[in-house]
Write a protein that binds this ligand. Structure first.
Ligand SMILES: *[C@@H]1O[C@H](CO)[C@@H](O)[C@H](O)[C@H]1NC(C)=O
Ligand SMILES: *[C@@H]1O[C@H](CO)[C@@H](O)[C@H](O)[C@H]1NC(C)=O
Ligand SMILES: *[C@@H]1O[C@H](CO)[C@@H](O)[C@H](O)[C@H]1NC(C)=O
Length: 138
């Protein structure tokens, strides 16, 4: 009996950490944005579990100071954000609960063009996806 209980505990422990597994997915094609307008950079986890308790970081891997938006410990943190993104980025908290970590970027600038990474880290794992942004016109 004792053995069975311990076995069950171990099995349920395994399924628990399994259910935490997720993949971060983004668009397969580049995102086109018009200068001056707002754009959504899509990013979500599959399965669509809540990412509210996770770290969500949007950054530009090709830049030296790379941080575009950081959500960590349940709040947005702006201390290391690239200056030119100040006040232009937004994560929707309700969407985070549905596994949607898409970034809203306002008043798009030509300099926003480039490669973005959406990085999502839980206590157990992390994954990321790349979103290419192409900006048209002035
Ligand atoms: C983004 O662009 C790079 C080249 O700059 C390309 O290698 C990569 O496949 C693109 N990824 C997506 C998701 O568009
Ligand atoms: C994800 O959230 C953004 C807003 O942050 C919204 O525009 C978009 O429609 C959502 N995507 C899905 C699949 O619900
Ligand atoms: C998650 O995805 C499932 C299946 O696609 C859907 O039925 C469900 O409504 C989604 N849950 C949330 C919170 O968006």
């Amino acid at each position: 009996m004792k053995f069975i209980c311990v076995t069950l505990l171990i099995i349920s422990g395994i399924t628990d950490s399994r259910s935490e597994q997720y993949k971060v997915v983004g668009p397969t094609d580049p995102v086109f944005a018009a200068a001056g307008e707002d754009v959504i950079l899509p990013c979500s986890v599959k399965p669509n579990i809540s990412v509210v308790d996770m770290r969500v970081e949007w950054f530009r891997p090709d830049l030296k100071d790379s941080q575009v938006h950081l959500y960590d410990d349940h709040v947005d943190k702006y201390t290391d954000q690239i200056q030119s993104y100040r006040g232009r980025t937004e994560l929707n908290n309700q969407e985070l609960q549905r596994g949607n970590a898409s970034l809203k970027l306002s008043s798009v600038r030509v300099s926003d063009e480039g490669r973005y990474k959406c990085f999502i880290q839980s206590k157990y794992q992390y994954d990321d996806t790349t979103v290419n942004v192409s900006v048209e016109g002035e």
